[in-house]
Design a protein around this ligand. Sequence first.
Ligand SMILES: *Cc1c(COP(=O)(O)O)cnc(C)c1O
Length: 373
Amino acid sequence: MQTIRMSDLYGQYLTMKDEIDTAMQDVIKSTQFIKSGKVLDFEKKLSAYLGTNVTASGNGTDALQIAFMALDLQPGDEVITSPFTFVATVEVLVLLGLKPIFVDAQPGNFNIDVSLIEGAITSKTKAILPVHLFGQSANLEEIKTLAEKHKLFVVEDACQALGTDYIFKNGTKKRVGTIGDVGCNSFFPSKNLGAFGDGGAIYANNEKLAVIIRSIANHGMKAKYQYERIGVNSRLDSIQAAILEVKLKYFDRHIKARQKAAKYYDEHLGDIKEIKIPERVDYSTHTFHQYTIKTDKRDELQQFLKSKNIPSMVYYPGVIHMQEAYKFLGYKKDDFPVSEQLTKTVLSLPMHTELTEEQLEYIVKAVREFFIK
Ligand SMILES: *Cc1c(COP(=O)(O)O)cnc(C)c1O
């Protein structure tokens, strides 16, 4: 059996090797490494896939920063988000002088607890920033309703959820990231659509906003050497765009492979009492950036799996409000008990597009052995 990995980027590459190699060679031959037609081609294809305007960026963190710059908020304005997320979600707010206001996550699906949002809204609140953690959407319909009522922006941190569909109460579906005012994505190698390096994208339905976003990502430029606003330099390079263009062709297949592995885990772990398999909500599909279980014996299980050469990861071992850099926000321990508890119980199992049935069988057998003996 092949070594089991958390993600198998090389194995996945081998399935597309000829096309990816040719695409990379084409860029090298063209020497158009920056801002070539390749980047525009990829943006166009992703835009068609999502049904919205897309601007590529250097990474997902930049995407979030550019999104908030484009909304033209003022220092001190408040943005509501969850403390159970990757640090980038919160970091960009602080960098822009905005104030992150946390509300707790839900224990079952790890996303922001929408029932707590309204209580956190003040006269300074300007935006809600839901994170679609691990590949499942936050409750966007309720978030949008609250945002409309209080005239707030919705910025989706969809970095872990490219390909996830939001399912509205009336049955219609829309890709996450395209439902709020702005959506942000990351092409970090292990994300659902991963580059061979860094990359990101910002989505906006509103054409004017999309133009502002494109300008900000390019030094605030309006026309050549004319700068109408303060911007940043954040671009996807041509080689990454060429790789992503190839990978986007196989993206549906890759998502299905993740979902198939998740189904296998569900079916073979769902009966173990000491484990909670990931809860599914009826308003979202799940693209399984991570397959994350919960158990009170998390650390022991992780050690046991390690002894069987099975990797696993804790996303996330700490909540943002207790991190040293974010202490100044004034939160304290136990302020967000659900999120804090999650950091002690979550464990992400190997999840990628190349997991074989043999590997999955080996993994679930080990987990069962640990609990059932
Ligand atoms: C990966 C990620 C980011 C940042 O993406 P980078 O491309 O690594 O900058 C932001 N938010 C979340 C939730 C992420 O998972």
